[in-house]
Design a protein around this ligand. Structure first.
Ligand SMILES: [Zn+2]
Ligand SMILES: [Zn+2]
Length: 349
């Protein structure tokens, strides 16, 4: 079978590998789609994932073979296969229902539920009991189901906050996570949703998803004033979501957007040094900076149920479906990403 194997920075090779075989407690999934994540691009450019490994942690597929002792699934089942879940050691975080910050899961496995990921025709789930495997409900489009990774980051971010029905929300960053955050905040009962973006071309889709107002951070003369006017509130946002993963975006959220005593949820991970953050602008206003990291199996189930009932929807989120052979050129190494939202790999192409 074909698989895209990561060997190190700038080195992702599509090669022929032996078909996996399901041992006890394992199963083999035939991959229908595997989403290309910012993490995969980061790995390709900066080796944040340890090689040698097949990348891909946003998988939807069909159970192909189950090993001895696996009773929850059978061949033919449609499933989402995510990162590892509750660890074998039953660490204190897993016991508290927070496997996303498990002491072992992500560290040992690169965050890939495999051992190898889903940029392949087939994927071995090496430990069915300790991997996020969630059945896909009848009638759910697999191309939407596979968006679980990006949407559940936003669901988790909202659940990390103390958002209440009727709160005003500002979202910084109109990429896939920002778009998902709009739908999630809207479904949760946000009063007004204002989005900060640097590209006007994204505004129509942001409005279609449920933004009440979009502000261009490049052309605005006073972002804080524009936000307060758009919210109709002289103090600022009740809850602010940073979804761009940039220092400038986080600083805007803290200094220009969040009202005193409110929370800024860091749904994007800022990779650059935070050399311009001055806490004297944060502590006297009692701004809470809340980090949010990935999601839990329960949040995937929430996503699928709300998707199945139409409470949240993501039209146009998938902008490209490519085959494994194009994964470097049109995937991880692609230079022009204007207009691109989510890229899916379909190994059958
Ligand atoms: Zn991801
Ligand atoms: Zn654990």
């Amino acid at each position: 079978m074909k698989a895209a194997v990561f060997y190190g920075i700038g080195d992702l090779r599509v090669e022929e590998r032996a078909m996996p075989k399901a041992g006890p407690g394992q199963m083999v999934v035939k991959i229908d789609y595997c989403g290309l994540c910012g993490t995969d691009v980061e790995a390709y450019n900066h080796e944040i994932i340890k090689p040698v490994i097949v990348l891909g942690h946003e998988n939807v597929g069909t159970v192909y073979e189950v090993g001895e002792g696996v009773t929850r699934f059978k061949a033919g089942d449609k499933v989402l296969c995510g990162p590892p879940s509750y660890c074998k050691e039953n660490c204190s975080f897993c016991r508290e229902g927070r496997p996303n910050i498990c002491s072992y899961g992500f560290l040992r496995t690169n965050g890939i539920g495999g051992p190898d990921g889903g940029f392949a025709e087939y994927m071995l789930v090496g430990d069915v009991e300790h991997t996020m495997i969630i059945p896909v409900p009848e009638g759910v489009d697999l191309k939407e189901a596979v968006l679980f990774d990006v949407v559940c980051v936003s669901i988790h971010a909202l659940r990390r906050s103390n958002f209440k029905f009727g709160d005003n929300v500002v979202i910084s960053g109109g990429g896939p996570i920002g778009l998902a955050a709009i739908q999630v905040a809207k479904a949760a009962g946000a009063r007004k949703i204002v989005v900060l973006e640097n590209n006007d071309a994204k505004f129509p889709r942001l409005m279609e998803y449920g933004a009440d107002h979009c502000i261009n951070i490049m052309t605005s003369k006073n972002i804080g004033a524009d936000v307060r006017e758009a919210l109709g509130n002289p103090d600022g946002a009740d809850v602010t979501f940073e979804c761009a993963g940039k220092q400038s975006s986080l600083l805007t959220c803290i200094y220009d957007v969040a009202k005193n005593g409110s929370q800024v949820i860091m749904a994007g991970t800022v990779g650059e040094p935070m050399d311009k953050l001055i806490l004297a602008g944060v502590t006297p206003r009692e701004i809470d900076l809340i980090s949010a990291f990935v999601y839990t199996p329960e949040e995937i189930e929430i996503y699928l149920d709300m998707l199945a009932s139409g409470k949240i929807k993501f039209p146009g989120m998938v902008t490209d479906i490519i085959g494994l052979d194009d994964i470097v050129e049109k995937g991880v190494a692609r230079k022009k990403r204007v207009g691109q939202l989510k890229v899916l790999v379909d190994p059958s192409l």
